[in-house]
Design a protein around this ligand. Structure first.
Ligand code: BG6
Length: 479
C-alpha cells in the first residue's frame, strides 16, 4: 500500500452514495407510485427513448426495467448497512423516493407505509453508527406530475414539493441532519427529462420552458432550505451540482472564452442562485439573447435570498475539454456532457475521461467562488468486474482511480479548501442511471445481478472493500 503523508480533518465524513431508484427495487410495494426511473427501460438507449416526443411514460410489458428490482435494497437494507458498517462508513448518502411518500406527488396526505420504510432504514443506520445524508429528489419525479402537470414547468409542483419536504423534515427531524435538495440540478440544462420532468415538444420554446422550470426549482429549493432550518435547526442542507471543470482546447482566446462561458453556464449558474440567493448578472445576457422572460411571482426573489444552502454537494467524474467547433471524430463522451477528447487523459470503458487533478481544480474553483463547505457526494469508476473462481474480485483499477482522487482531495484541503466529506458513488453495485446496466459497476460490494436480469442478488466483498476500509480507518493516511 502506497503511504500518503496526508491525514484528513478530524470528523471527515467518509462513506458512500446511492439513490433510491437505483437500489431499492420494490417499485410497487408499500403503495409506492410510479416515478420517472420506473418507466426507463434497460439499455444504453434509455435516455434517448424517454426523450422522444410522444413517449407515454407507461410501462411496456415487452421491455425490461432493471430499476423495478434495483438491487433489492428494499428488503436487504440490513445486510447492506452491516457491510457499510464493516467498512467503517461514517455516513451513507441515499435518497428518498418522493413516490413512496406521495405516490402521485399531488396528494394531501403522506403515505404511512413509505414513511415507515425510511424510518426502518434510518433506525438501522443509526443503530450501526452511520449518519444518513439524504437527497430529497434524485431523478425520481412522480410520473403523475410529469404527465398531468408537465413536470417543473408548472408552478403547482412547487406547492407539492413543499408538502413533500415538510412531511419528511417533520418525520425524520431527529434522525437526519444532512440533506440535499435536487441531485445534479444543473443537468436539466442538457437533459431536462431526468431533473425537470419533461422533454421539449417540437413546437415548444425550449429556452423559455427550461429556465421557467429552473426558476420553479430554485424557489422550491429555497422553500426546502427554509423549512429545514426551521424544523431541524441543527441540520445542514446543501445543493447538489454536476461538476466537470471546463478546459479550453488550446490558448486560442476564442476557445478560452468559449470554455469560460460553458463553465459559467453549466457549472456555476445553479450554484450562484442556490448559494448566493440571486441570479448571476451573466445570465441576463443569455436571457436577452434567447428572449427568455421569467414569470417571477411576488416574494420569489426574497425567498431565494432567504433560502441559501449551507454547503455544496457535487458529483465529480471527469473534466471536459471544449473548443468552438468540434468535428465528430474528436468528440468525447461523458456524464451527460461531451466536449473534445483530451490527449492527456485516459478514458473508462464508457468513455468518461479520468482526471484526478480535475477534482483538485474543481474544489479550488468552487471554494474560490463561494467560500462555503464542499462535499464530494459522488465520484467513482464504472467498470466491468470479473469474479474469479475462488469468488474474489480484483478491482485494482477501481482502487487506483479512487486513490488518485482521494490524494487530490488531500491536496485541495492543503490548498485551504473546506471539505466536509467524500461519498464515492455506487458504494454497492447498482443500476446505472444513463444506461440501465448492472454491468457498469462502481461498488466496493459486488451484487450478483446481470443485464439480462439473471443473478442471485448475493453480495460479496471486492478487493476495494478492504482497501477502502483501511483508508477510512487511517482517516486517509494509508492510500
Ligand atoms: C450521476 C448520477 O450523474 O452519475 C447518478 O447522480 C449516476 O444517479 C451516476 O448513477 C453515474 O452515472 P451512470 O450513468 O454511470 O450510472
Amino acid at each position: 500500500m502506497v503511504q500518503s503523508k496526508k491525514r484528513f480533518p478530524e470528523g471527515f465524513l467518509w462513506g458512500g452514495a446511492t439513490a433510491a431508484n437505483q437500489i431499492e427495487g420494490g417499485f410497487h410495494e408499500g403503495n409506492k407510485g410510479l416515478n420517472i426511473a420506473d418507466v426507463l427501460p434497460g439499455g444504453k438507449q434509455r435516455l434517448k427513448i424517454i426523450q422522444e416526443p410522444g413517449f407515454n411514460f407507461e410501462i411496456d410489458p415487452n421491455k425490461y426495467y432493471p430499476n423495478h428490482e434495483g438491487i433489492d435494497f428494499y428488503h436487504r437494507y440490513k445486510e447492506d448497512i452491516a457491510l457499510f458498517k464493516e467498512m467503517g462508513f461514517k455516513v451513507f448518502r441515499m435518497s428518498i423516493a418522493w413516490t413512496r411518500i406521495f405516490p402521485n406527488g399531488n396528494e394531501l396526505e403522506a403515505n404511512g407505509e413509505g414513511l415507515a420504510f425510511y424510518d426502518r432504514v434510518f433506525d438501522e443506520l443509526i443503530r450501526q453508527g452511520i449518519e444518513p445524508v439524504v437527497t430529497i429528489s434524485h431523478y425520481e419525479m412522480p410520473v403523475t406530475l410529469v404527465k398531468e402537470y408537465g413536470g417543473w414547468r408548472s408552478r403547482e409542483v412547487v406547492t407539492f414539493f413543499g408538502r413533500y419536504v415538510n412531511a419528511i423534515f417533520n418525520r425524520y427531524k431527529d434522525k437526519v441532519k444532512y440533506w440535499m435538495t435536487f441531485n445534479e440540478i444543473n443537468s436539466g440544462l442538457v437533459m431536462p427529462i431526468m431533473g425537470l420532468g419533461f422533454s421539449i415538444h417540437k413546437e415548444e420554446d425550449r429556452y423559455q420552458s427550461t429556465f421557467q422550470a429552473f426558476h420553479h426549482q430554485f424557489v422550491a429549493s429555497a422553500i426546502a432550505v427554509k423549512a429545514c432550518h426551521k424544523i431541524i435547526p441543527d441540520a445542514k442542507i446543501g445543493c447538489m451540482l454536476l461538476y466537470a471543470p471546463v478546459y479550453s482546447w488550446d490558448s486560442n482566446p476564442e476557445n478560452v472564452m468559449y470554455a469560460l462561458e460553458e463553465e459559467r453556464f453549466f457549472n456555476h449558474f445553479c450554484g450562484d442562485v442556490q448559494v448566493r440567493g440571486e441570479y448571476p448578472r451573466f445570465i441576463n445576457r443569455y436571457f436577452k439573447d434567447h428572449n427568455i422572460e421569467l414569470q417571477i411571482e411576488e416574494g420569489d426573489l426574497e425567498l431565494l435570498k432567504e433560502g441559501t444552502v449551507d454547503y455544496i454537494g457535487f458529483s465529480y467524474y471527469m473534466s471536459r475539454t471544449e473548443k468552438m467547433v468540434i468535428r465528430d471524430e474528436e468528440s468525447s463522451q461523458g456524464n451527460l456532457i461531451g466536449g473534445v477528447r483530451n490527449p492527456f487523459l485516459k478514458a473508462s470503458d464508457w468513455g468518461w475521461e479520468v482526471d484526478p487533478i480535475g477534482l483538485r481544480i474543481t474544489l479550488n474553483k468552487l471554494y474560490d467562488r463561494y467560500q462555503v463547505p464542499l462535499f464530494v457526494v459522488e465520484n467513482g469508476l464504472g467498470a466491468y468486474d470479473k469474479v474469479e473462481e475462488d469468488g474474489s474480485i480484483n478491482d485494482e483499477y477501481r482502487i487506483e482511480y479512487l486513490r488518485e482522487h482521494i490524494r487530490e482531495m488531500g491536496e485541495a484541503i492543503e490548498d485551504g479548501v473546506e471539505l466536509m466529506g467524500y461519498t464515492p458513488w455506487g458504494c454497492i453495485d447498482l443500476v446505472s442511471a444513463s444506461s440501465g446496466e448492472y454491468s457498469k459497476r462502481y461498488g466496493f460490494i459486488y451484487v450478483d445481478k446481470h443485464d439480462d436480469g439473471s443473478g442471485t442478488m448475493e453480495r460479496s466483498r471486492k478487493n476495494s472493500f478492504y482497501w477502502y476500509k483501511e483508508v477510512i480507518e487511517t482517516n486517509g493516511e494509508n492510500l
